[in-house]
Design a protein around this ligand. Structure first.
Ligand SMILES: CCC/C=C/C(=O)SCCNC(=O)CCNC(=O)[C@H](O)C(C)(C)COP(=O)([O-])OP(=O)([O-])OC[C@H]1O[C@@H](n2cnc3c(N)ncnc32)[C@H](O)[C@@H]1OP(=O)([O-])[O-]
Length: 719
């Protein structure tokens, strides 16, 4: 898995061959070891160049190997043998040099990249650290502060930035391999010790301790509860403080701890889950590799509210022409201003000119006659959307797709008013749509595989993480969210405060607790949905609203807050207090404490102490339990799909894998036991009743999550 060739008379060219990214599998490592030994022995060979097949240097260690028992030559001594080699070793970096791939290059004496290459040490995103000497060599090459930044974020840098930082010696306009060979020929005979990074002292920086302390504080704040970023800082600190060999020892110890941690497993699971989500399949057997997507050149966006604006920006940035429609001239003008400003800011950041020529703003539906696809993003109101859908059918070409950005309305009901049910799908973006990565592509009962393939391909083109899901109220993400929200407000009734619940969730790893998120999104949104669904009506007692609706427990606290005009950040008051409307810093509000105490008194609830453990169990297990129901109902094809939705759309901490992975890691029998316990205490909350699928999986011996899909298939017939 490494090809050896002698070129230009005196150069050994070692090519890593393990498509698609030339990952350093056992066979590749063995191939490199044998090739290096051959090159060092061959007297005709005066220098060695390393490159990767298909213009991709190397994507790093083979992540698939991490879950099994490791075999083959280990990477650390292999890289040492390259660095210690008595002939110049040059890395020719094309495509990617990531993780172990970059560490291999750092073991070489020289590095040449071509202009399109990107480099980085992304191990931290897999719950690990660059343990093939990366934490010790990089600081010796580019200094502690720059190495800390790259290693703790896992950020990829361009060849140009790598040159500025000093990671590469040269950037070639054309082939990096050609340039590396020329460089290799030119350095034959020159001393190699100065080029061996392990022999260097780290680049001196003032107050290294202070720099490391600041980095530690920053990573703790940024990735709450995640072990890997902290270990990365500790390893780089070792590079600054200890001789190389001791630093390597520290790197290995830290890696051993991380490697065995559940966090690394969760993050590696998330890596593959994200990639598997693109391999969608429908219950009828159509899937990603047997269905062709249509090409989309021109798209329409209906409605230029927050969502429509973000969608238009995402499309235009991907080079798609957009006809943006509003019904009101003032709205159109303000939408135009906002979209233009967003595109200008983005273009300025990237140093390019904004693609404004791709945009048409209009009040006329007739301008949509040439578009390949329309995304409707009007107000979340079924009747309004139906009107828009039937109006669209009058002007669109017969084969244009109609997509709705509804966050939970029935896609089939909308499709039914059109003349093209197979061409209707949901494209559920998350706010702000030009920033948030997640896209739920919702297929209805009559959506054609081609329409699903087209929406998935379009999503990928605009750089979203797309998950195909079935049609039900709230789809996957919001259907589960509702139960998580319910548990949170029930706990307020029972004795908790918003601060306590949020703190528990933030300690678990969420960037923001549920009440802070609700304030950010606006409490009025859910209020409107509850009104539309008949949960709030004129028959509700305004003084002592019922805590029992539609046959189950209901918590009126969020409605009561809205009645007081507390809509969250936008009104300066919600579950928290803000300095002014629109400001972001949440402060505890004594009025809320009094409000909750009055409420409990009014209903005769004796408050009790709610622990962080209870908060996490009730929130996380309620989410997973609904996830199991979603799998039973075939709304999601796999637990990975559900986890990807929670990772990319709802801020679930990556080092916890996702709610389904978390349930599997805690143990399905534990989750079942806990749900039974909470359901016994709260029999009026049907969502806490363990799902049939969870019970069956436990009865089947709690198989690992990777095997659930086949179990679900077998179990479905019994359910
Ligand atoms: C002592 C140890 C110290 C070192 C530790 C490390 O190096 S840790 C590693 C540090 N390195 C990283 O963290 C880099 C991780 N990789 C990436 O970030 C991206 O894959 C990419 C930027 C390399 C290419 O992006 P792109 O959008 O062009 O393509 P794509 O993302 O769709 O992937 C295509 C296929 O390749 C697969 N695959 C990819 N990499 C690996 C791998 N290392 N291994 C195995 N497989 C890998 C991927 O699963 C997919 O397979 P599928 O679904 O077709 O069966």
């Amino acid at each position: 898995m490494a090809r050896y060739a002698r070129v230009k008379g005196s150069i050994a060219l070692i090519t890593l061959t393990n498509p698609p990214v030339n990952a350093l599998s056992a066979a590749v490592r063995r191939g490199i070891m044998e090739s290096v030994s051959r090159a060092l022995k061959d007297e005709q060979v005066k220098a060695v160049v390393f490159c990767g097949e298909n213009e991709k240097f190397c994507g790093g260690a083979d992540i698939k190997e991490f879950s099994g028992s490791m075999s083959g030559p280990p990477l650390v001594p292999l890289i040492h043998s390259i660095e210690a080699g008595e002939k110049p070793m040059v890395a020719a970096i094309e495509g990617v040099a990531l993780g172990g791939g970059l560490e291999l290059a750092l073991g070489c004496h020289y590095r040449v990249a071509n202009t399109k290459a990107c480099l980085g040490l992304p191990e931290v995103t897999l719950g690990l650290l660059p343990a093939a000497g990366g934490t010790q060599r990089l600081p010796r090459l580019i200094g502690i502060p720059a190495a800390l930044e790259l290693i703790t974020t896992g950020r990829h840098v361009s060849a140009q930035e790598a040159l500025q930082l000093g990671i590469v010696d040269q950037v070639a306009q054309g082939s990096a391999v050609q340039a590396a060979m020329e460089l290799a020929l030119s350095v034959i005979g020159q001393p190699l010790n100065p080029r061996r990074l392990s022999l260097r002292a780290p680049v001196w920086a003032p107050d290294v301790d202070g720099v490391c302390d600041a980095a530690l504080a920053q990573v703790k704040q940024r990735s709450r509860g995640a072990m890997a970023p902290v270990a990365c800082v500790q390893a780089v600190r070792a590079a600054a403080m200890l001789p190389y060999s001791k630093g390597m020892e520290r790197e290995r110890q830290l890696m051993d701890t991380l490697f065995r941690s559940g966090q690394a497993q969760a993050m590696q699971y998330a890596f593959f889950a994200q990639r598997n989500a693109g391999k969608w399949s429908l219950p009828n057997g159509s899937q990603w590799n047997n269905t062709r997507a249509r090409d989309v050149q021109r798209a329409g966006v209906i409605g230029l509210g927050t969502m429509g604006r973000g969608i238009a920006v995402s499309l235009v940035k991907a080079g798609i022409s957009v006809v943006a429609i509003e019904t009101d001239a003032k709205q159109l003008e303000s939408g135009k201003k906002a979209v233009t400003a967003m595109l200008q800011r983005d273009a300025q950041r990237r140093g390019v000119s904004p693609p404004l020529h791709l945009l048409t703003f209009t009040l006329s539906f007739h301008q949509l006659r040439d578009v390949d696809l329309v995304i409707e993003a009007v107000f979340e109101d079924m009747n309004l959307k139906k009107r828009v859908f039937s109006d669209l059918c009058k002007v669109l070409r017969a084969n244009s797709l109609i997509c709705t950005n509804t966050s939970g309305l029935n896609v089939d009901e909308l499709a039914a008013v059109t003349d093209r049910q197979p061409l209707v799908v949901g494209m559920h973006f998350f706010a702000p749509a030009h920033v948030m990565k997640l896209l739920e592509v919702v297929y209805g009962a009559r959506s054609s595989p081609e329409a699903v393939a087209t929406a998935m391909a379009l999503g990928k083109r605009i750089e979203k993480v797309c998950v195909a899901v079935g049609n039900c109220s709230g789809f996957v993400g919001n259907r589960m969210l509702k139960l998580y929200l319910d548990q949170s407000v029930y706990m307020l009734e029972e004795g908790a405060t918003p601060e306590q619940v949020d703190q528990a969730l933030e300690e678990f790893g969420f960037a923001m607790g549920i009440f802070k998120v609700s304030d950010l999104s606006g409490l009025d949104v859910g209020w409107r949905v509850r009104k539309a669904s008949g949960l709030i009506g004129p028959d509700v007692d305004p003084v002592k609203p019922s805590r029992w609706r539609l046959g189950r427990r209901y918590c009126p606290l969020p409605d009561m807050l809205c009645q007081q005009g507390r809509f969250g950040q936008k009104t300066g008051r919600g579950w928290y207090l803000y300095d002014s409307p629109g400001s972001k810093e949440a402060k505890s509000d004594p009025e809320i404490q009094t409000f909750l105490e009055d409420y409990r008194r009014k209903y005769g609830i004796i408050p009790r102490r709610i622990t962080s453990q209870e908060v996490i169990e009730r929130c996380a297990f309620a989410l997973a339990n609904e996830g199991f129901r979603i799998l039973e109902d075939r709304i999601a094809a796999s637990p990975e799909d559900i986890d990807v939705i929670y990772l990319f759309g709802y801020g679930w901490p990556r080092h916890r894998g996702g709610p389904m992975f978390y349930a599997s890691q805690v143990g399905l029998s534990v989750v079942l036991e806990k749900l039974e316990h909470y359901h016994r205490i709260h029999p009026d909350v049907p969502s806490l009743e363990p799902s049939r699928l969870l019970r069956r999986l436990v009865a089947e011996g709690s198989p690992p999550i990777q095997q659930w899909k086949s179990h679900i298939k077998n179990l479905r017939s019994h359910l």
